[in-house]
Design a protein around this ligand. Structure first.
Ligand code: ZN
Length: 293
């Protein structure tokens, strides 16, 4: 892991200097630069920062999240690793941050599908207060959350949680992620009207047929079924304000589907640096988004 994080030699995460010394007994490095907190570890500046848990607990979590097709529940981590379920849940949310798409791959092109779907857990499985919040919370039709995505056929998906199926939201997702001039396929939702000027836009009206030659959104349907299987089967229910983390997780596995398990693990581990999620941030953001504004 040291070699992977610092292939050209260890540098200080704080100032970038390579003038550092390894302190054998403390298993820390010390930077000679003049700044606060000169000592650092492999975990400093990563999603593992300040975690009291060792890498012997963290690495199996990263492996499972990268490779279990339907996701991995905090209860499984709790039983398998001997940490509390609450700790396991926090570990998984931090691990999901590492799966977030760095969007370094540029825009999608060629044949691209755009689609959106509703996601909502069944109320009977929810804990009382969660249920109350969920029913009161402002969400899509019938209390469901909305995920929109664009998918390059044979390539990557970019998926995000949106609050409405408005033209502005769906079309900006397309414009931000798809190369102009690409072939674009969608269903007959009115919000996609007006994209034909910039894209080779063709519509399949699901009231009439699901496939018309090349014109279909079956690639997106495949991604939705993977996402929903994970959320319904493994996680039972996901609160809407955390939904994007599960979308990131599924998109990561989908986008790296052609890799082996070991390569996928390598890939998620290469995305742990420069990201942090504290428990306060995780819970704080939940409280903010569930308030009426
Ligand atoms: Zn330094």
């Amino acid at each position: 892991m040291v070699a992977k994080r610092w292939p050209n030699g260890v540098t200080c995460p704080n100032c970038g200097s390579d003038h550092v010394a390894y302190l054998e007994n403390a298993r820390l490095w010390k930077c000679y630069g003049k700044h606060e907190r000169p000592k650092f570890s492999l975990k400093t500046g990563t999603i593992f920062e300040d975690s009291p848990l060792g890498l012997e607990k963290w690495l199996p979590v990263m492996w499972l999240l990268a490779n279990c097709k339907n996701g991995v529940s905090s209860w499984e981590i709790h039983r398998g690793l001997g940490v509390t379920q609450k700790t396991a849940w926090f570990m998984l949310q931090r691990a999901r941050l590492a799966t977030q798409d760095p969007e370094t791959g540029g825009k999608l092109g060629g044949e691209v599908e755009v689609d959106e779907t509703f996601i909502g857990g069944k109320a009977r499985n929810m804990h009382g207060d969660v249920k109350a919040r969920k029913i009161q919370g402002r969400r899509g039709p019938e209390g469901k959350a909305i995920v929109a995505a664009v998918l390059e056929r044979g390539g990557k998906v970019r998926a995000k949680v949106v609050d409405k199926r408005r033209k502005s939201q769906l079309q900006s997702l397309v414009r931000e992620n798809v190369e102009p001039g690409s072939a674009l396929y969608s269903d007959a939702l009115k919000s996609y009207d007006g994209l034909a000027g910039e894209f080779e836009h063709q519509v399949i009206d699901h009231a009439i047929a699901y496939v018309d030659g090349q014109v279909h959104t079956n690639g997106m349907e495949n991604f939705w079924s993977l996402l929903k299987r994970g959320i319904r089967g493994t996680y039972v229910s996901v609160e809407p304000y955390h939904l994007f983390r599960y979308v990131d997780e599924q998109a990561f596995r989908f986008n790296n589907r052609k890799l082996t398990d070991a390569e996928r693990f390598d890939s998620v581990m290469s995305q742990v640096v420069g990201k942090r999620l504290t428990y306060e941030e995780l819970i704080g953001s939940a409280e903010r988004s569930s308030s009426p504004n």
